[in-house]
Write a protein that binds this ligand. Sequence first.
Ligand code: PBG
Ligand code: ZN
Length: 329
Amino acid sequence: MKRFRQFRASAELRDIYSEVPPILADDLIYPYFVNSGKGVRDEIASLPGVYELSPDTLVKDVGEIKALGLNKILLFGVVPEEAKNETGSAAWDPEGPVPAAVRAVKEKYPDVTVIADVCLCGYTSHGHCGLIREVNGKKIIDNDSTLPLLARTAAAYARAGADFVAPSAMMDGQVAAIRAELDNEGLSAGIIGYSAKYASAYYGPFRSAVHSSPAFGDRRTYQMDYRTVRQGIEEIEADIEEGADLVMVKPALAYLDMIERAASKFGSSRLVAYQVSGEYAMLKVAAASGCFDEKTIFDESLTAIRRAGARYIISYYAREYLERQEKQK
Ligand code: PBG
Ligand code: ZN
């Protein structure tokens, strides 16, 4: 009989035999929703514990998470319905919420890595990630005419001082289009590709937060079908070829197989996994209703994502995760 229990006899021994590196503050990316207001701090109904902030309150919050060692943030802009239009032009407005937030954070905390999500869905009146075009009397999301708008948006964020732009629209060629535009303008921002991004019900709470549910149809003509595997590898391959500096698998927990495959094929060091809004809400809400202990369930879930091979994890729980660790010390 092999004595496995010797590996588990005490907390110290369990630490010694752990095969998964601990998740440190450096490995976490914290997402924020920002609008163009002042003094705003509104809890998002679909995401308990997550707030819609304005540039000023964001800077204050970043000061707090910095004290925990969190030094990478991901920004999503929130604009009112009346600012939305057919093309989503508020996305690249230099006075829009994201450029304003980037400037505010970089001014006070130049050493914080600021990543700006690049997509149109939060800014279009129809809620899709690209431009609409009618073909044979049917509305489609047009790939190629969307590319210059994504490039323009990325350039606006890079000009404001974003360290990375992260195109999430799942338009073919979006990384190449952005890379070319950044090069053209002499901007040195890096690119994080939302490369293997599945069409997922797990984005539900996010879409309520930024009011970006599609007005018609769904995102299945551009985001990946969740019955595909090799396509995800090819998407990542294409993004790397087009000039992405980091690549992503999204969502995380339901797609651990993809994280594992991507890590073994492309290496862990450039791989990001996104624990998306629905994953967070599911655990948070179930824990609040007494199904399980919140800290334990998040520890286990984040460890699973790390164990599959993700170097960086984007998580709405990042702040609380580190706060709870601090408390334990
Ligand atoms: C924009 C975007 C989405 C998410 C990140 N960028 C929503 C979507 O694609 O519908 C989802 C993030 C989350 O659910 O936490 N395209
Ligand atoms: Zn989008």
